[in-house]
Design a protein around this ligand. Structure first.
Ligand code: NAP
Ligand code: MG
Length: 501
């Protein structure tokens, strides 16, 4: 298939893109059973980047069989915790040594700036694997004193084990393709699960390259299976599969609800990391030299395609104009262009569909009376670019204020006092993240306590760490990824009781 590779592309990436990419099942790279492939596009140009095997129900069937076998009979369960940890650490080392290659691949497939992929996506994924590698030897149960009333005088030794849940199905989105694969694989492998991973149809490449490193690191066959394909076919088959013990999903709230329904057949465990419409609250006593660029990067980072993006900007009235004009100035200075250009601050959106969705929101905002202090339009005729946009004259009942846009569009609204802002900030079906900018430490922590969000940032934004749990209140999800809490998603407790006398 015609592959759009320019001379500046990293040579290993060019080689990777030359052949159609296969899927990883039971330690082997194979075509889809149907023989079908699908294209993945370079969002900066709209050209086809590579052809990828299109997994469907039958391929998921094979992958689940392999993962089942690897979990039930394979050598994986017989490895010591330390050996499991060393494999994960080795994967981190391998990934780190291929940072440049992964950064290129991610930039090409997703559109994001190479500088960001190199500085954030890849190192964060490496860190996550290292953090999780350290947990393998620390997944412990408890000894529990029990007081059974109906066996007076009897003595017991009771303890708990934390055991892996089994085969985990994992479905990930396109906004941080490699990092989301790491967030999913890291804790699952640390816990001793086996995995079938379905990357997003828009961005399957970095997960497939990671699969090669997984095999190179020496993971036994079938422990990690990677099946690219479409959500409605491969994804739905994985979510509904009766032999899958757990499904972990990141993506839209709408599809999250479908996943929950699909999981009811065998009542598999479910964890969800969904959307957000996160409030970013700037008080008049904030350090504006950090709050203004902070509010800009809260929304514009990753082209606004972040589940935790600070997309509702609330500013205390006396400083409203100064802050929104400051954010608009930042927006106007953002270089929008190809992710491979070192001067680029913001790349294209991931797909034509996403571009249409974001432009649709902009039109809806304007028709309801919003005005743009910066941006407001699609940019250029090639690729999926949109201008970084600051909308004012917005009201809580507008679609652009209520719904997740998932693009570089912030809605800004003034508020009068701290009492007023909490209910407004919390007035959302979502509850993924929130931020507060103030020099008053008491006010900051009172706000943090009362904001309905899984993460609250104070005087910063988008600070994510492998050790810090991340997840949503309300319709932003179930469970916490990262931190030691992520292990709860992939382990279950067994209570063991021995009568001693
Ligand atoms: P999406 O449909 O929720 O996609 C996420 C993942 O779920 C992809 O791997 C997708 O496969 C898969 N999927 C889709 N339908 C499925 C089904 N019925 N059963 C099982 N898996 C299924 O997200 P999208 O359509 O790409 O983006 C739409 C909106 O979702 C965005 O505008 C944004 O609001 C939100 N979103 C949120 C996040 C986040 O990090 N929370 C990430 C991405 C998008 P395909 O690749 O075939 O779609
Ligand atoms: Mg692509």
């Amino acid at each position: 298939m015609g592959i759009a590779v320019s001379p500046q592309i990293h040579p290993q990436v060019a080689e990777f893109l030359e052949k159609p990419r296969q899927m990883l099942i039971n330690g082997k790279w194979v075509n889809s059973i149907s023989g079908k492939t699908f294209p993945t596009y370079n969002p900066a140009t709209g050209e086809i980047l590579a052809q990828v095997a299109e997994g469907d129900r039958e391929d998921i069937e094979q992958a689940v069989k392999a993962a089942r076998r690897a979990f039930d009979q394979g050598p994986w369960r017989r490895l010591t915790a330390s050996e499991r940890g060393r494999l994960i650490w080795k994967l981190a080392d391998l990934l780190e040594s291929h940072t440049e290659e992964f950064a290129y691949l991610e930039s090409l497939d997703n559109g994001k700036p190479l500088t960001i992929a190199r500085g954030a996506d890849v190192p964060l994924a490496v860190d996550l694997f290292r953090y999780m590698a350290g947990w393998t030897t620390k997944i412990e149960g408890n000894t529990i004193p029990i007081s059974v009333p109906y066996t007076p005088g009897a003595k017991y030794l009771a303890y708990t084990l934390r055991e892996p849940v089994g085969v985990a199905g994992q479905i990930i989105p396109w906004n941080f393709p490699l990092l989301m694969a790491a967030w999913k694989l890291g804790p699952a492998l640390a816990s001793g699960c086996t995995v079938v991973l379905k990357p997003a149809e828009q961005t399957p490449l970095s997960a497939l390259r990671l699969g090669e490193l997984i095999m190179e690191a020496g993971f036994p066959e079938g422990v990690v299976n990677i099946v690219p394909g479409y959500g409605e076919t491969a994804g739905a088959a994985l979510a509904a599969h009766p032999k899958v013990d757990k499904i972990a999903f990141t993506g839209s709230t709408e599809v999250g609800k479908l996943i929950v329904h699909a999981a009811t057949g065998n009542l598999k465990k479910v964890s969800l990391e969904l959307g957000g419409k996160s409030p970013n609250v700037v008080f008049k006593d904030a350090d504006l030299d950090s709050a203004i660029p902070g509010a800009a990067s809260a929304i514009f980072f990753n082209q606004g395609q972040c589940c935790c993006a600070g997309s509702r900007l609330y500013v205390e009235k006396p400083i409203f104009d100064r802050v929104v004009e400051g954010v608009a100035d930042h927006a106007k200075k953002i270089n929008v262009g190809s992710g491979l250009d070192p001067e680029t601050h913001m790349g294209p959106l991931v797909s034509q569909e996403q571009l249409s969705r974001v432009c649709g929101y902009l039109e809806a905002g304007f028709s309801e009376g919003a005005t743009a202090l910066a941006g407001g339009h699609k940019k250029g005729n090639k690729g999926y670019f949109v201008e970084p946009t600051v909308l004012v004259n917005t009201r809580e009942d507008m679609k652009v204020v209520q719904e997740e846009i998932f693009g570089p569009v912030v809605v800004a609204m003034p508020f009068d006092d701290p009492e007023e802002i909490l209910p407004r900030a919390n007035d959302s079906d979502y509850g993924l993240a929130a931020a507060v900018w103030t020099r008053d430490i008491g006010k900051a922590h009172r706000m943090a306590e009362h904001l309905h969000a899984g993460t609250v940032w104070i005087n910063c934004y988008n600070i994510l760490d492998a050790a810090l749990p991340f997840g949503g209140y309300k319709q932003s999800g179930w469970g916490r990824e990262m931190g030691h809490e992520a292990l709860n998603l992939y382990t279950q407790t067994k209570a063991i009781c021995t009568r001693l006398s």
